[in-house]
Design a protein around this ligand. Sequence first.
Ligand code: NAD
Length: 515
Amino acid sequence: MSITETSPAIADVATLPVIGHWIGGAAVTSATGRTAPVFNPATGSVQAEVALADDAEIAAAIASANAGYRVWSGYSIAKRQAVLFAFRELLNARKGELAAIITAEHGKVLSDAMGEILRGLEVVELATGFPHLIKGAFSQNASTGVDVYSIKQPLGVTAIISPFNFPAMVPMWFFPIAIAAGNAVILKPSEKDPSAALWLAGLWAEAGLPAGVFTVLQGDKQAVDGLLTSPEVQSVSFVGSTPIAQYIYETASRHGKRVQALGGAKNHMLVLPDADLDLAADMAINAGYGAAGERCMAISVVLAVEPVADELIEKVKERIAKLRIGNGAGVDGVEPDMGPLISGAHRDKVASYVDIAEQDGAEIVVDGRGLTVAGHEGGFFFGPTLLDRVPTTSRAYTEEIFGPVLSIVRVASFQEGVDLINSGQFGNGTAIFTNDGGAARRFQNEIEVGMIGINVPIPVPVAYHSFGGWKQSLFGDAKAYGVHGFDFFTREKAVTSRWLDPATHGGINLGFPQN
Ligand code: NAD
């Protein structure tokens, strides 16, 4: 079909709602005419278009954020705290609305959408205690009559660029802390599920945040590049795939910004022969297939230390057979275990990795390719897939698949498992399943990964610790939230102060100041 023909898809686009920006404290429609489709992954249909900002809209967003920053950074701590508490209360009361928005655009099941909101809410709650975390330090009489103190000040306009897989939680890893510390935030959400960000913007306005302090700029590479290169933007917090994380880190650093850029992952779960295999099988299912494997902390490889592989595979297989796959919003009030993938293109990419594994000699134990869901035939579904004896040279092993594909790799020893994990390009999360405390302790000390679970499959740290991987999973040295978050979103001044009095000022002395 030629592009000039009036296909039903093209006719539909004219009548679709266009999701716009949030600039200057209000929803703003876009005038660019450039848009991208937003799908309902459970049906495969286009439900809306999202605006893609041009340079004029990017400039308007930045100007408004700058104006918002000037107002907000002048608010007293008590007034800022009141807004944060109001936001926390509103979010807690209305989180069901946000979960429905996430499921409609992302596809994950409603309870999982609620789970991501609750993990984001944790960071909001941490941020409400910001006065204690940004209060600096004071040393009285560091030298005779001299006091030294540090002040933590906001950066100014900060940018957040977020991925599709956690449209609420990932922005909430950053913005509660950035805003609490007195900054203005421009959030550029994923164009695949842009509505959660707008909903959060509306909530901030209700909570009393001044206009311009929280901005949503919808867009693609053009919007991102506009933020990375603007001299007005002081910092960039990015989460997404590794090649883009590296690009963001390099480009924003070159433009003099603070950058934290979190990338992709390939998380391994090491199962030792003494582990409880029923527990390990349950955890492999939860961490491998939850959110259809579209989690940066998903387990995608199980390293089975022999002789456990055969028994473990049987247990995982039994559990897969019981999983229900369908519309994440539920049908007749019944929620499935797993929803669809984000897009048809991504489903095909996931399938291509299973093809690669097969060609490279892996055994397909459970095959999710070609799954259709009755009543949702156009949906982007992909069944839970289990691969055995995946060669560690296969791209299906070395690269991130980001789908419901669990690979079993059989290893002969604890050490072979550790060496394999440490040889990978990523270092986001990992887990060990064992009843041997000594082995767990060795694992935690020797493994080159940022977040470790001991009999915990998805070790996402709580809000008062910090989230971040090693190697190709994090560019820059600041992790998300926790103390790292407050350090990232503030810059420190050290003041050395003396109130001159003739008795102690010391007269003329050209030497370097000493205590
Ligand atoms: P992505 O890298 O495609 O997109 C992330 C963001 O970057 C989006 O806002 C997108 O619009 C923008 N972007 C995409 N291409 C760009 C380009 N060429 N130039 C500038 N900006 C660009 O990632 P995704 O598919 O949305 O998310 C999935 C990825 O995110 C996975 O790799 C996953 O592991 C990773 N992720 C990592 C973490 C973590 O904490 N390490 C958390 C969640 C997701």
